[in-house]
Write a protein that binds this ligand. Structure first.
Ligand SMILES: [Zn+2]
Ligand SMILES: [Zn+2]
Length: 166
């Protein structure tokens, strides 16, 4: 997944549109989060003189393991992306700004920044649904699929109160 900034480099104050897509099915971004299907990136890059500023959108499909019930579920995501490209020779103007992508070769690989943006969009806890009921801590039954037997064995709190009185 790379864009070629050669033309834009020669045309200050111009903009160029890029549409990129690549199939990353199965690629694990972090444990429990995998890409599936195509990742689509549309980016309009403007050459502002010393910088090239790209703005656009990422669309991707994710296959994830729920943190609560461990079930696998899929989700489509769509999010904005902003990238700033800086030529090596202009680096001195920006005091090594860390968020920039510095390049010498105008064919720039976007993979790290796209995957990084997707990761940042994930919530701290990945859940198949806000209402996910999770698993029974005793037998591992998935409560989304029904109750287990463990609950019936729990002592009725009314009996518990009675026992104390005895
Ligand atoms: Zn779940
Ligand atoms: Zn149980």
């Amino acid at each position: 997944m790379q864009i070629d900034l050669s033309w834009l480099k020669l045309h200050p104050k111009s903009a160029e549109e890029f549409r990129l897509e690549k199939d990353y099915s199965g690629l694990e971004l972090i444990q429990g989060v995998r890409l599936f299907g195509r990742v689509l990136v549309s980016l309009t890059v403007t050459n502002t003189g010393r910088l090239m500023v790209g703005q656009g959108e990422i669309k991707a499909g994710l296959e994830m393991d729920c943190d609560r019930c461990l079930g696998i579920f899929c989700q489509e995501i769509q999010m904005p992306i902003t990238v700033e490209f800086c030529e090596e020779e202009n680096r001195r103007f920006f005091k090594d700004e860390e968020s920039f992508i510095y390049f010498e070769d105008p064919k720039v690989n976007l993979e790290p920044v796209v995957q990084g943006n997707i990761l940042l969009s994930l919530p701290l806890r990945v859940l198949c649904s806000d209402e996910c009921l999770g698993l029974c801590s005793k037998c591992g039954q998935n409560f989304n699929q029904g109750k287990c037997q463990c609950r019936d064995e729990e002592i009725d709190p009314r009996w518990e109160a009675l026992k104390k009185m005895l």
